[in-house]
Design a protein around this ligand. Structure first.
Ligand SMILES: Cc1cc2nc3c(=O)[nH]c(=O)nc-3n(C[C@H](O)[C@H](O)[C@H](O)COP(=O)(O)OP(=O)(O)OC[C@H]3O[C@@H](n4cnc5c(N)ncnc54)[C@H](O)[C@@H]3O)c2cc1C
Length: 434
């Protein structure tokens, strides 16, 4: 058995985590206690973007964790990114999604599918956290069915003219660099969808300039790209979610990401990676709520004893502890596969599905354990429950995750001759032979 590392906490999985991962996690924990805990309730209530902490996280390098050093990132592995998102989510979902969406949705498509020139121009300001990035796929008529994209990109001289609207785009207001999909050939179905890098100034220019973070003067801002209405959300209220509109926006051809017609496939690959981030975020929410419930159950006395002594309370928390351990295995394993360059689409969908449903169960159970105070904003568990719900919806709803998993398992079984069904009669005999 491996020896416990300094600072290692109960439930830590040292099969996956190195001492560097644990040091990074402890650094995030210390930051969260000092900088997130005091402000998160207010930011959530006011639905105010976490500008100050976004800058602090950028300074620490957390907006570019898995991005290669030569592109301005920290050059760390996928698991380092997962550990940071998980730890942030233990304290606040909005902080965690800011790092997760910026990294997997905003930055990674350009790292993965960009030309050398695109990577050099757009990745360093994102990875260093100079500006925030986002990903525009969802439209009013294209949610789960992204093939319903209506935004058009029409050839116009040596570039394209984009017209259309995206909705629910994380960082559409505060961010400056976006990868978005648009139809270049309506006759080709999903093969007629392409993707583009577009830039627009942040909506909060005064704040960004005052902070010295969130705006870069010399980006190729495209006229006709603008942020729309801000969503009044149930959770993740300190994260910025808005419409993104294209009104005759002229985008040069050198800002097309990948070949024409590759946008859909590339976005699906991006979402695979994003789902591991949502799994980590969900896991962190479950852990945060679980720890709050354990602490409370130990302190709160009724019938002359701590409520922890009641089996109904202890069993509820024992079940959540077990699921957290399972969720961590799924999430870290998916990250490990990605890091090794192996297929991870099925495992990412499983991790996202399991952990987001776990986050919902854990936060609701935590509220139950806390009783009346759990239902008030005095304790953080109600904020965590509101944050958990969107994890079952974003980056592909859980119904869609089940479709993805179903598609994989069917293909795997049909492709494996060893799993070929024996004749029904012998199968029945075998099934009852012991
Ligand atoms: C806070 C937030 C942030 C977001 N950030 C981004 C972002 O940065 N970029 C971006 O592009 N998008 C973003 N989204 C959009 C998100 O990805 C979509 O909301 C999600 O994919 C679901 O699409 P929809 O809302 O249109 O729901 P719909 O697709 O209309 O689904 C409605 C219901 O029908 C079910 N359903 C649909 N099709 C099927 C099917 N085939 N089988 C079974 N059930 C089905 C769904 O599971 C769901 O329960 C964000 C959303 C939220 C809420």
């Amino acid at each position: 058995m491996s020896e416990a590392l300094p600072g290692q906490r109960a439930g830590t999985m040292d099969r996956y985590l190195s001492s560097e991962h644990i040091r990074l996690r402890d650094e995030v924990c210390a930051f969260a206690r000092e900088a997130i805990v005091p402000v998160a309730p207010h930011l959530d209530e006011a639905a105010e973007f976490l500008w100050d902490n976004a800058k602090s996280m950028a300074r620490r390098g957390w907006l570019g964790i898995p991005v290669p050093r030569e592109l301005g990132g920290m050059g760390l592995d996928t698991l380092s990114f997962i550990v940071v998102v998980e730890e942030l989510a233990k304290f606040d979902g909005s902080h965690a999604i800011t790092v997760a969406a910026h990294t997997t949705l905003g930055t990674s498509p350009i790292v993965s599918f960009g030309t050398e020139d695109q990577r050099r121009r757009f990745v360093p300001p994102l990875a260093s956290g100079e500006v925030l990035g986002g990903f525009g796929l969802t439209e009013p008529g294209a949610g789960s069915d992204a093939s319903g994209t209506r935004t058009r990109a029409v050839r116009d001289g040596d570039g394209y003219r984009l017209d259309g609207s995206k909705i629910f785009i994380t960082h559409a207001g505060v961010g400056e660099i976006f990868t978005v999909t648009a139809v270049t050939d309506p006759d080709q179905g999903t093969h007629g969808i392409s993707s583009f890098v577009v830039c627009k100034p942040t909506v909060d220019l005064a704040r960004a300039k005052e902070l010295g973070f969130g705006h870069k003067d010399d980006l190729p801002f495209t006229e006709g790209v603008r942020a729309g209405r801000k969503e009044d959300k149930m959770g993740w209220r300190a994260s910025d979610t808005r419409e993104l509109h294209f009104e005759g926006a002229r985008v040069p051809a050198e800002q097309r990401l990948g070949e024409e017609g590759q946008g859909f496939v590339n976005f699906m690959r991006t979402l695979d990676a994003g789902r591991i981030g949502i799994a980590a975020l969900s896991l962190g929410l479950a852990e945060g709520a679980f720890e709050a419930a354990v602490r409370y159950a130990h302190e709160r006395r009724q019938f002359d004893r701590p409520i922890w002594d009641f089996q109904q309370i202890q069993f509820k928390l024992a079940d959540i502890a077990t699921d957290i351990e399972a969720g961590r295995h799924l999430t870290y394993h998916a990250a490990w596969l990605k890091e090794r360059g192996e297929p991870f689409s099925k495992q990412a969908a499983m991790a996202k599905l399991f952990c987001s449903e776990l986050a919902m169960r854990a936060t609701l159970d935590a509220i139950q354990v806390l009783g009346g105070v759990g239902y008030t904003s005095e304790y953080e568990v109600e904020r965590m429950m509101r944050a958990a719900k969107v994890c079952e919806i974003g980056e592909g709803t859980n119904e869609i995750q089940r479709l993805v998993i179903g598609r994989h398992v069917l293909a795997e079984v049909l492709a494996d001759p060893a799993l070929d069904s024996p004749p029904r009669s012998s199968r029945t005999t075998e099934a009852y032979s012991y």
